[in-house]
Structure formats: C-alpha cells, structure tokens
Design a protein around this ligand. Structure first.
Ligand SMILES: Cc1cc2nc3c(=O)[nH]c(=O)nc-3n(C[C@H](O)[C@H](O)[C@H](O)COP(=O)(O)O)c2cc1C
Length: 170
C-alpha cells in the first residue's frame, strides 16, 4: 500500500469527523492527515495518492481554510497523482450549490493534470444543481450530507473507501 495524504478543512468539525472515519476505514497506517489550515504546497509533493476533503459555505464557496489556500492550491502540479475528493454539504437548504466545493477543487486537479478517482452517483440525493456534477448523474467525488441524510453516511463511507482503495491500487 502506498502512502496516502489526506488534506481536509473544516469550520465546525463535521469534515474533520468524516476524515477520521475515512482514515479508520482505509487503515491508519496507510494515511497521513493534514489540516489544510497549516499546509504548504510542498506537503503535496510527498504523495502519489491524495484524498481531499472540504465543506461548502455561503452559497457555493470553499470552506474558509481551503479558500485561504486556494491561490497556492492552483499552482500544484498533479501530474501522476490520483486524487479522491469528498465534500460535506446540505442538499435541502443549499440545493443549488450542494457540495460545490468538491467541484471547485476537482476542476483545479483536472486542469493541473491530476487523475480524479472516487466518482460517485447522484442517485439518492435531492439537490437541484452542483458544480461537483461534472457529468449529469455523477459527482466528481463523494457527497456527504450530515444535516439531512446522516443515516446514510456510514454506508456511503464504507463503499467509497473500498472504491478508492481499489482505484488507488490500479
Ligand atoms: C451559512 C451556511 C452556508 C452554507 N452553504 C452551503 C452551500 O452553499 N452548499 C452546501 O452544500 N452546504 C452548505 N452549508 C452546509 C455546510 O457545508 C454543512 O453544515 C457542513 O456540515 C459544515 O461542515 P464543516 O463543519 O466541516 O465546515 C452551509 C452551512 C451554513 C451554516
């Protein structure tokens, strides 16, 4: 198993909690966790496999620490790196901007030559639109909604963690 770097940002702790669950599912020995709050661009150089996690705020904006880091994030060369993204959002209160942050950083990864893995079906979600829906019916990463569908979170995390481990290994 290659080393995996998990980079997350969280305002009220939800994304941090979900990050811990993903780390437990993937195996603590395989993952190194970084809070994007004190991350440097050079930290990304250590990994060929990346997991990026964030929430969306204020009608489609990046979580605050991701927002502060975004200019630097756009300078990263993702060539040869596999990148899985998960996002936390609220599909009812923010139906037009559900997990937009996943799409915003996903576009940067794609533009900067990264390989996006961990795509996820939109089946079972009730949003109207999302920047993360690169193709109709598919989010470019996992969407978690702790505000409205917390009962589905465990199962989604289990399935997605298994999926990305397989895709990292391919
Ligand atoms: C003021 C406010 C704005 C929000 N805007 C969005 C949004 O545009 N899209 C979305 O999917 N979720 C939105 N949310 C939901 C948060 O992403 C959600 O509560 C998440 O669990 C917060 O995670 P964190 O504690 O890791 O930052 C918003 C929540 C609040 C309170």
């Amino acid at each position: 198993m290659k080393n995996i770097g998990l980079f997350y940002g969280s305002d009220t702790g939800t994304t941090e909690m979900i990050s811990e669950q993903i780390i437990n599912l993937i195996g603590q020995q395989n993952v190194i966790k970084h809070d994007i709050f004190d991350t440097k661009v050079s930290d990304f150089e250590n990994y060929d496999c990346l997991i990026l996690g964030l929430s969306t705020w204020y009608d489609g904006e990046l979580q605050s620490d991701w927002d502060s880091f975004f200019e630097e994030f756009q300078t990263i060369d993702f060539k040869g790196k596999k990148v899985a993204i998960f996002g936390i959002g609220d599909q009812y209160s923010y139906a037009d901007t559900f997990v937009d942050g996943v799409g915003i950083i996903g576009k940067v990864v794609k533009t900067n030559n990264g390989i996006l893995i961990g795509e996820w079906s939109t089946e079972g979600y009730f949003h109207d639109s999302s920047v993360a829906e690169f193709e109709t019916g598919t989010f470019c990463g996992l969407a978690i909604d702790e505000d409205n569908q917390s009962e589905m979170t465990d199962e989604r995390l289990k399935r997605w963690s298994k999926q990305i481990l397989k895709e990292f290994a391919e």
